[in-house]
Design a protein around this ligand. Structure first.
Ligand SMILES: [Fe+2]
Length: 232
């Protein structure tokens, strides 16, 4: 069974992350400050927020050690899959993320989403990249990515290091894992519409995108993965 994160740890990570982003001059949108009760009371009005999966998102990838394997995310905007199919409308999404020093986001790919991963400040963001063969991560295969517009051919597993201000465009099928070196990194993701419930494929099948939660104190804010159970 998936190991659980404690709600008290999630609350602490929310507070630390908010302070870290503010230290980089980044302020989250107003809905980030709503309490669980605010969200329950305004449930009908918030359909576009909850339906698009906007908000707080903290995961240890089901492995039970956030510091070692985990990621902080806040989805600020996310379009509609139907628009993507039609080729017009809200086709885009944006997230603020924090990759902590030596904290791994494990090897995964997306089938639909193209994403730019941007180092907005802090330490160095290191990505390990592989190509895809028949849907699987091929550790003998490299890939070619665009870094701020310039193409780079990467050997299998070559480490791509992004300093503050640098970014990479990852296309569907580009297998990628990442972590921060030298300090925590404030990361941005600009992407096509994304569905985190269906479009994350991990190399290790034991890994899950969302964590289970042990409710040892009341939540400061709901996570995206809480909406289903808490806002029924
Ligand atoms: Fe990704």
């Amino acid at each position: 069974m998936t190991k659980q994160m404690k709600r008290s740890d999630i609350n602490r990570i929310i507070r630390e992350s908010e302070a870290f982003m503010r230290s980089h001059g980044y302020v989250l949108p107003p809905f980030s400050r709503m309490t669980p009760n605010d969200m329950k009371v305004r449930k009908q009005e918030l359909g576009n927020i909850t339906g698009s999966g906007l908000g707080w998102d903290i995961t240890d990838f089901g492995l039970g050690d956030f510091q070692k394997t985990g990621l902080f995310l806040f989805t600020t905007r996310n379009g509609h899959i139907e628009d993507l199919k039609q080729g017009r409308g809200m086709l885009y999404a944006e997230k603020a993320m924090i990759s902590r020093k030596d904290q791994l986001t494990p090897m995964h790919k997306h089938v639909f989403k193209t994403e730019d991963i941007i180092n907005r400040g802090g330490g160095t963001l290191v990505l390990e990249l592989f190509g895809d063969t028949d849907g699987h991560c091929d550790r003998d295969r490299g890939t070619t990515v665009a870094c701020d517009g310039l193409l780079r051919n990467l050997r299998p597993g070559e480490k791509l290091k992004l300093a503050a201000g640098e970014s990479v465009t990852l296309k569907p099928g580009d297998w990628h894992g990442f972590w921060a070196e030298g300090g925590d990194v404030f990361v941005a993701e600009v992407s096509t519409v994304n569905d985190d419930n269906t479009d994350n494929y991990f190399e290790d099948p034991a890994i899950s995108r969302f964590s289970g939660i042990e409710e040892d104190e009341a939540p400061v804010h709901l996570l995206v993965s809480d909406y289903g159970a808490w806002l029924r």
